[in-house]
Design a protein around this ligand. Structure first.
Ligand code: NDP
Ligand code: GDP
Length: 332
């Protein structure tokens, strides 16, 4: 039986990837950092918590990773752990760089020092393109990160490439564009909006305040993207891949799509709040996933509209279960 170690298992991608690998028959090890409270809600939502072996560890603590890798000798390691919210990266730049950047080097060093013969997936990000140097970004597009998060991811990306070139590591960097799902954290704009839609429908909230509505993103479905991570590690040689849908949509259009799902006009509910604008914005991201299609045989299956509808429906269900129907509110 193959053993895979996932860092960041409690996050959105960690949950979908664990589910995917369990279905493939893997023994899944999930690294859990010690926290005053740890939420397993995503894994519980997918009904897979009991099938995972949790091991204590933190990517900022190389000794914990060395211990796990030596003890379990995983054949594949998926490094998903990060402070992943761009908006928080200006408030916590050092923590972001320690976790999202140095965490990658800690993992690579733990693998090197333990002489573990394993394949490594590094969760790189389209945020590395930041102030985009080409209208459509692919594996050859120069990087220009625009946030401490983007800079930290770029460090992790180049370290991954460097360990591959220096030590012959089977290490792949997936340059993933934004991907969403009902398991997305509420910090991110799609889930903030779909959650607000559900609360508005149930009369629990009347408006939603957002920042820059003109930014656009290449939004895919997280459930599709975890397959690409796995496919990268099944190839004969390690490489880096852009994973995207090839279509960009503005935040404004995303709001319209989400409110349309419940028959409401977004412009009656969305307000702009200047304090939610970022110090430096990534105006647009649009990926070219041709290489992934050609070499991995991967392409996005779920459309942007399907993803947003899935999120709205999941949030409506959650809010309904939590608060029940209220009189005088819009029907879902
Ligand atoms: P999440 O924020 O949902 O998950 C991040 C995970 O990392 C959580 O399980 C979190 O645990 C864990 N974590 C945080 N700090 C540490 C630490 N010090 N040691 C160990 N674990 C830690 O992110 P996603 O699932 O959305 O993304 C997965 C990865 O992919 C991340 O690296 C992200 O930056 C990257 N990525 C994501 C994209 C997206 O659109 N989703 C796009 C491109 C890249 P806890 O919750 O307990 O803090
Ligand atoms: P990101 O691409 O990883 O930063 O994902 P987000 O979902 O956090 O943000 C996507 C885009 O939406 C960015 O350009 C944000 O500036 C923009 N945006 C506008 N309003 C908001 C908001 O209220 N919250 C968040 N998170 N993003 C917003």
């Amino acid at each position: 039986m193959k053993t895979a170690l996932i860092t960041g298992i409690t996050g959105q991608d960690g949950a979908y990837l664990a589910e995917f690998l369990l279905k493939k028959g893997y023994h899944v090890l999930g690294m859990l950092p010690q926290r005053s409270s740890t939420s397993l809600w995503r894994l519980d939502d997918l009904g897979i918590t009991e099938q995972i072996r949790f091991v204590p560890g933190d990517v900022t603590d190389i000794s914990s990773m060395l211990k796990i890798i030596k003890q379990y000798k995983p054949g594949e390691i998926y490094n998903l752990a990060a402070q992943s919210f761009v908006g928080s990266a200006w408030q916590q730049p050092i923590l972001t760089c320690n976790v999202t950047g140095m965490g990658v080097l800690n993992l690579l060093e733990a693998v090197r020092l333990s002489q573990c013969d394993c394949k490594i997936y590094q969760a790189s990000s389209s945020e590395m393109f930041g102030f985009v140097q080409q209208p459509v970004q692919d594996e050859r597009t120069p990087f220009y990160p625009r946030s401490p998060y983007g800079v930290a991811k770029l460090f992790g990306h180049w370290m991954t490439v460097n360990y591959r070139e220096s030590y012959g590591f089977f290490a792949c960097s997936g340059i993933l564009f934004n991907h969403e799902s009902p398991l997305r954290s509420l910090h991110f704009v799609t889930r903030k909006v779909t959650h607000a839609v559900a609360r508005i429908v149930h009369g629990l909230q009347s408006k939603v305040k957002l920042g820059n509505l003109d930014a656009s993103r290449d939004w895919g479905f997280a459930g599709d993207y975890v397959e690409a991570m796995w496919l990268m590690l099944q190839q004969d040689k390690p490489d880096d891949f852009v994973i995207a849908t090839g279509r960009a949509v503005s935040v404004r259009h995303m709001c319209q799509t989400a409110f349309d799902c419940v028959g409401l006009d977004y412009s009656d509910y969305v307000e702009t709040d200047p304090t939610l604008f970022r110090p430096a914005e990534v105006d647009t991201l649009l990926g070219d996933p041709s290489k992934a299609k050609k070499i991995l045989g991967w392409e996005a299956k779920t459309s942007f509209e399907e993803t947003i509808r899935m999120m709205v429906e999941a949030d409506l269900k959650r809010v309904r279960e939590q608060f029940g129907p209220k009189k005088g509110t819009h029907a879902p």
